[in-house]
Design a protein around this ligand. Structure first.
Ligand SMILES: [Ca+2]
Ligand SMILES: [Ca+2]
Length: 243
């Protein structure tokens, strides 16, 4: 690099700004091969544009519309606050990852967790077999949502990079009752019921990697570099003849 700069300043003295710039960009190309770049691998299941915002109350028809045509378990409500608990899993599939992982997170949107009910509403939550129940439970209790509210939860997966590299990540979520329902059809005001159903809307897995673009320039780049260098040398030869 130092050599390239030295020859550039010589050309500058011979009043050729154009060739100087070309020489510098060629030098930059030569060294660009060693620059590490970040890449984002993002996979979404379900409907991440459902038409209602996180934290808002939803109607049955809004949720049905958002889930219409989506793959299970993003296609309908599962469990029922009166009859059974939500208990579902979903799997992300993507190309295996060879580059170092810098960060990772999972997000999901869900209606009717009833997290504002007394006590904990999560029975279990795991990502690729790693138990993250306590982490998600903290987010649930912070949201403290009432019946029918749509929530989006985002968790860091920075402690389980090695589980993410094989291109398959299975998430399992189970909710539990009792919960306190407020004013939904068939349930009287503030009635405590034994179970906790919910409707999953979408889930996104995001993995940030560091890609290293190693050493070997593309043939087209090599051609460009060679023609640029020839042009610079040709200019110097002409100058030598006329000086
Ligand atoms: Ca709670
Ligand atoms: Ca519920």
């Amino acid at each position: 690099m130092k050599k390239a700069l030295t020859s550039c300043s010589r050309i500058e003295q011979s009043k050729s700004g154009k060739h100087c710039a070309l020489g510098l960009s060629l030098a930059a190309l030569l060294f660009a091969g060693n620059v590490a770049q970040a890449a984002l691998i993002e996979t979404t299941l379900g409907n991440n544009n459902p038409g209602f915002a996180a934290g808002s109350s939803t109607s049955f028809s809004q949720v049905s519309s958002a889930q219409s045509g989506q793959p299970a378990p993003f296609d309908q409500g599962y469990g029922n606050d009166l009859l059974s608990n939500f208990n579902q899993s979903w799997t992300f599939n993507f190309a295996a990852i060879n580059d170092p992982i810098q960060s990772a997170q999972i997000a999901f949107g869900i209606v009717d967790t009833d997290s504002g009910s007394p006590g904990d509403q999560i029975d279990f939550f795991s990502v690729d077999g790693v138990d993250l129940t306590a982490s998600l439970n903290s987010l649930f209790e912070a949201s403290a949502s009432a019946t029918g509210v749509y929530d989006v939860f985002t968790l860091s997966l920075n402690s389980i990079f090695s589980n993410l590299t094989d291109g398959s990540v299975t998430v399992a979520l189970g909710l539990k009752g009792p919960v306190v329902n407020r004013g939904i059809p068939g349930v009287t005001q503030d009635q405590t019921v034994n179970f906790n159903g919910a409707a999953l809307i979408y889930s996104t897995l995001s993995i940030q990697t560091q890609t290293t673009n190693n050493n070997v320039p593309e043939p087209s780049v090599l051609l460009l570099m060679m023609s640029g260098l020839l042009s610079v040398f040709g200019f110097k030869a002409r100058n030598a003849r006329f000086s």
